[in-house]
Design a protein around this ligand. Structure first.
Ligand code: GLN
Length: 304
């Protein structure tokens, strides 16, 4: 398979199309990002990788970080995680409060904000310094000590993050939050601020494409069962109320973030990350989805 040729075709066909959406502005710092940025990076087995455009430029990974924190929580608690958060698609926007009321504070899944905040609570309970733990996990799976939080983005989100603060308070009132609200949202805003490039994200996600093993060292990070479960959740819940559309158009487990990044994997085949900051109405990168649709069509490699 000539992956580089396929990526070049995707770039040629998509880099000049007109987009309908807008860059996320509810986090003020994100509104400053150049909307023309476009990059893609694909890792296959044995460390071969292919790319185009701004694929080595760092951006705010936002909700993509929820896959990393879920991984850590599953390593800590195993099956007990599911007592605190469910595994069903929500069909609602990522920051919705409504289902919590009639579902007793148990979020539908760990990738909507409510679920990710419960996962934060678990990490805050288990670690003295959860920010340091998350960073060392991400640095390990990328083999890159330079990955860091963007404190400006974290502070920016904190200044307008009233919905997320409300979600934690609400779940605390319903008995599903154990710690104080402040350390939970502080950790959450930092995890979302992680700055990574498409190259770094594609490399990190190789553990999910490679049965839980790191590509370069072969070290087992995650059991086969946990890897399959995380991939199942990415497939059914990774794109919020657009998870069906993403399955329909692209056909891969994946995760998006409002920074405009999307990462997707094909078990045993590849891991791919794409970035363009313009979002559609559901908060997913419009160009990113189009690029991945082309990738699975041209390679013939979707999971279906
Ligand atoms: N930090 C963002 C928020 O909580 C993450 C949302 C996202 O990337 N979908 O609103």
């Amino acid at each position: 398979m000539d992956y580089q040729k396929i990526l070049n075709t995707i770039y040629e066909e998509l880099s000049h199309i007109d987009l309908q959406g807008e860059v996320a502005s509810y986090i003020p710092e994100l509104a400053k990002v150049d909307p023309r940025k476009f990059g893609m990076h694909l890792y296959v087995g044995k460390g071969e990788h292919f790319c185009f455009g701004d694929s080595t430029e760092k951006f705010s990974i936002q909700s993509i970080s929820k896959v990393f924190t879920l991984t850590i929580a599953m390593q800590l608690l195993g099956e007990n995680v599911w007592e605190r958060v469910d595994v069903e698609p929500s069909g609602d926007p990522f920051n919705s409060l409504t289902q919590l009321e009639y579902e007793n504070g148990i979020p539908r899944n760990p990738f909507i904000n409510a679920g990710a905040l419960v996962i934060c609570d678990i990490l805050v309970s288990n670690y003295e310094d959860p920010k340091k733990e998350l960073l060392s996990f991400v640095r390990k799976i990328t083999q890159d000590e330079n990955i860091n939080y963007d404190h400006k983005i974290a502070a920016s989100e904190k200044s307008t993050g009233f919905r997320n603060i409300a979600l934690v308070n609400y779940m605390k009132a319903l008995g599903n939050i154990k710690n104080d609200v402040e350390p939970i949202v502080d950790f959450y805003f930092h995890q979302c601020s992680l700055a990574m490039s498409c190259e770094e994200l594609a490399k990190a996600f190789m553990i999910y494409a490679n049965n839980g093993k790191m590509l370069e060292t072969g070290e087992k990070i995650l059991s086969r069962t946990k890897t399959k479960r995380i991939n199942a959740l990415m497939q059914t819940c990774g794109f919020y109320d657009e998870a069906g559309e993403f399955s329909f158009e692209v056909g891969l487990p994946g995760k998006s973030g409002v920074g405009g990044g999307i990462v997707a994997i094909h078990p045993d085949q590849y891991s791919v990350a794409v970035w363009n900051p313009i979002l559609n109405q559901k908060g997913n990168s419009e160009l990113g989805m189009a690029a991945l649709e082309k990738l699975t069509t041209m390679t013939g490699l979707s999971i279906f």
